[in-house]
Design a protein around this ligand. Structure first.
Ligand code: SAM
Length: 343
C-alpha cells in the first residue's frame, strides 16, 4: 500500500544496464563490480529443462518473467523449483548485483545479471521487455525475500502482462508474512503498510489514517527509530497488542510481543536492537480502541480556545495535518453556533 512508484524505498545502487540485440534473446552484459561477465555454467540443464517444461509446457519457446523469492536471512530458505528457475533463466534481473551475486554464488549458479532498481527502472524496463518479447526467460529477484514487496517490479509485471507475456512466481520467504504468523495476532485480515515514515508527525498521520482499519497492521521499521515509532503508534492507535519481529530466519531471530506502550518502553530503556525489523499491531477492539477521536478532541479544545488554537493544539497532539483538523474544527464550531441559534 505504501511506497514510492514501485512500492520500494530508495537506496543507492551500483550502475548497470544491458545491451539490446534485436529480437534474439541475448542476455545482457553482467554488471558485476569487477565488470567480468558471470557465465552460465551449463550444468545439468537438461534435467531441469525437462522438469520445468513439464510444469510449464506452454513456456517452451516463449518469453516468461518469473518472480523468484529468495531467503531473508537463512540461505536454506529457497525452493528447489526456484533454484531450477534461476539456473534455467536466460538472465536474472536483480536490485543489486553484488548482493545477488553472493547469493547465486552460494547456490553455485553462474548467471548473467542485469540491475533493475528504482533509479534505472524506467530505462531498463523497455530492454527487459524487448528480451521477453524475443523469447527470453527472465527471473526477477530482489536483495532478499519476495520481489515487489517493498521492492521493485510491479511496473515490469504490468508491462509484461499487458504485452501478453507469461508471468509466474516462485513463492518463498517474505518478512511481513513471517512476522504476521509469528505475532500471535489475528491473521484473518491484515494490512501491510510498508515502511513507516521517518518523521514523527508523518508517522502519526499514517497511524491516524489506519486507526479504524479492522485488520492487523504490518509495518517495516528501522532499529534506531523503533522506540519512538512504537510510542507514536501507541499515542494514535491506543495501547494495542503488538509484536516486534526481528532478524527473522537468522541466528538471533526474536519476536517480542506486548502492548505498544510496553514495547516502546522496552526499546527506549534497552536502546535500539540490532537487525531488521517488522512491526505487527492488532486490529482495533472494544478494549484497546482509544483510537484518536478527532471530534471529541476538538469539542474539548473548542470549549476552551479559539478555532485556530484548538486546531493547532489537536493537530500537534494527533499528528494529523493542521489544515484537515482546522477544516473539521470550523465545521464543528459552525454546527455548535447554529445549534445555539436554533435552540
Ligand atoms: N521484499 C522483502 C520481503 O519480501 O521480505 C522486503 C524488502 S524491504 C526493502 C526490507 C525490509 O524488510 C527490512 O527493512 C525489514 O524491515 C524487513 N525484513 C527483511 N528481512 C527481514 C528479516 N530477516 N527479519 C525482519 N525483518 C526483515
Amino acid at each position: 500500500m505504501k511506497g514510492s512508484h514501485s512500492g520500494q524505498r530508495s537506496k543507492p545502487r551500483p550502475g548497470g544496464g544491458g545491451q539490446e540485440s534485436g529480437n534474439q534473446p541475448q542476455p545482457p552484459q553482467s554488471d558485476t563490480p569487477s565488470g567480468t561477465p558471470i557465465e552460465d555454467d551449463g550444468g545439468d540443464d537438461s534435467i531441469v529443462t525437462a522438469a520445468i517444461e513439464a510444469v510449464h509446457p506452454r513456456l517452451a519457446g516463449h518469453g516468461c518473467l518469473a518472480l523468484v523469492a529468495t531467503p531473508i536471512g537463512n540461505l536454506g530458505d529457497i525452493s528447489p523449483r526456484a533454484l531450477d528457475w534461476l539456473r534455467r533463466a536466460d538472465f536474472i534481473a536483480c536490485e543489486d548485483s553484488r548482493v545477488s551475486g553472493r547469493l547465486l554464488q552460494h547456490y553455485g549458479i553462474a548467471k548473467k545479471l542485469m540491475a533493475y532498481h528504482d533509479h534505472n527502472a524506467d530505462e531498463v524496463r523497455p530492454i527487459l521487455m524487448e528480451h521477453l518479447q524475443g523469447g527470453a526467460r527472465i527471473a526477477l529477484i530482489s536483495d532478499a525475500g519476495t520481489p515487489l514487496i517493498s521492492d521493485p517490479g510491479y511496473k515490469l509485471v504490468r508491462a509484461a502482462a499487458e504485452a501478453g507475456i507469461k508471468v509466474t512466481a516462485l513463492p518463498g520467504p517474505s518478512a511481513p508474512v513471517m512476522a504476521l504468523i509469528l505475532s500471535g495476532l489475528p491473521t484473518d485480515r491484515f494490512l501491510f503498510a510498508g515502511f513507516l515514515p521517518v518523521k514523527s508527525a508523518a508517522r502519526r498521520q499514517v497511524a491516524a489514517e489506519l486507526a479504524a482499519v479492522p485488520a492487523s497492521l504490518i509495518f517495516f521499521e528501522t532499529a534506531p527509530r523503533l522506540a519512538e515509532s512504537l510510542a507514536d503508534l501507541a499515542a494514535v492507535l491506543g495501547n494495542r497488542p503488538a509484536a516486534v519481529a526481528r532478524e527473522l530466519t537468522k541466528l538471533y531471530e526474536e519476536v517480542r510481543r506486548g502492548a505498544l506502550d510496553d514495547l516502546a518502553a522496552h526499546y527506549r530503556d534497552q536502546g535500539p536492537p540490532r537487525g531488521e525489523i517488522v512491526l505487527v499491531i492488532a486490529p482495533p477492539s472494544a478494549e484497546t480502541t482509544i483510537a484518536f477521536d478527532l471530534d471529541a478532541a476538538l469539542a474539548e479544545a473548542l470549549g476552551r480556545m479559539s478555532v485556530k488554537d484548538a486546531a493547532a493544539s489537536v493537530a500537534a497532539a494527533s499528528g494529523l495535518k493542521r489544515r484537515v483538523v482546522y477544516a473539521r474544527a470550523l465545521e464543528l464550531a459552525r454546527q455548535a453556533d447554529s445549534e445555539r441559534d436554533s435552540g
